[in-house]
Design a protein around this ligand. Structure first.
Ligand SMILES: [Zn+2]
Length: 307
């Protein structure tokens, strides 16, 4: 799986910022202690000098080591006398594993992976929503059609385990306010947390972007977005049917979904339209491709927003 450049670039910037901030913290700590215990500055200077010498000298290594040991012990004693922990002057790092370098050898450190996932959250258009809409906050109680909802909920969880036997794509259909978008968010969060790149957009927005990218070639921003909706591991396409989708725009949307299917990328579509309405709005080819390659879930019940 490949994260888009924008995500990696932002994560790298965040890591750099973290390194600089922590260097600043180390500097401030040192300056504060040096004012209080001036002799420590001298000791530290000597330690640094001896370290350098040790690298250059072959013959006097043992002597240098002995001196170093004494200086380090003096430093610890002094710090403790003034109520500081013995390692107070060591560089401050947020990650004890990679010392904020982001890598352990050539492997990504867990701390850097988390930064990348966080940036992927921000880039997904879902960052805020998934704080409140996820599998942990789901409540069956508020649904009027509990049995149906419970079944879909279990299937959605299964879907996130990827080897679930379900098709790679899902179609959520049902009236407004029956939990389709909520469940899409739940799935999105699971995939983001597993290190996949998820992207959310409404059908209207996608349709407009495809249009802009096609007819205004110089529109770099639209092109960038089109790359995201084409390449993301999981696309959440919300509100299918609200876009203008006759003739050419419809075939563009069809091509996008087709490309994603061929390259094995996942798509979760939600729509307020029922199958009859979809048949009315879209070409038979469009509908049959969707029905053939998407796991269809019919949401039912009262509109949650009025409860
Ligand atoms: Zn780390």
């Amino acid at each position: 799986m490949k994260y888009p450049t924008i995500v990696l670039k932002n994560a790298a910037e965040q890591l750099k910022k973290r390194q600089e901030e922590n260097k600043q913290i180390s500097r401030e700590k040192r300056e504060k202690v040096y004012i209080q215990i001036p002799v420590l500055a001298e000791i530290n200077k000597k330690i640094a000098h001896l370290m350098k010498q040790m690298l250059l000298s072959v013959t006097e290594v043992n002597q240098i080591k002995k001196e170093l040991k004494k200086l380090i012990s003096d430093r610890e004693t002094l710090l403790e006398e003034y109520g500081y922990p013995a390692d107070y002057l060591e560089d401050y790092y947020e990650c004890p594993i990679c010392h904020d370098e982001g890598f352990v050898g050539s492997d990504l450190c867990e701390c850097y992976r988390k930064l990348i996932v966080k940036e992927a959250y921000l880039c997904s258009n879902l960052a805020e929503r998934i704080q409140t809409e996820n599998f942990d906050t789901f409540s069956l109680e508020i649904h009027s059609e509990k049995k149906n909802m419970e079944w879909i909920f279990e299937k959605a969880k299964q879907y996130c385990k990827r080897d679930s036997g379900l098709k790679k794509n899902l179609l959520f259909t049902g009236p407004t306010g029956t939990g389709k978008t909520f469940l899409s968010s739940c799935i999105a969060k699971e995939f983001l947390d597993q290190g996949f790149f998820v992207f959310y957009l409404s059908a209207t927005r996608i349709s407009n972007l495809l249009d802009d990218a096609k007819f205004r070639r110089d529109d770099a921003r639209s092109m960038e977005y089109v790359e995201l909706i084409s390449e993301c591991d999981l696309l959440i396409l919300d509100d299918l049917g609200t876009e203008y989708a006759f003739g050419y725009p419809q075939s563009q949307l069809f091509d996008l979904l087709e490309r994603r299917m061929i390259s094995g990328k996942r798509t979760v579509i939600s729509t307020n339209m029922n199958l009859d309405e979809l048949n009315e709005k879209y070409s038979p080819r469009f509908v049959s491709r969707i029905l053939g390659n998407y796991e269809v879930f019919v949401f039912k019940g009262k509109d949650l927003r009025y409860q």
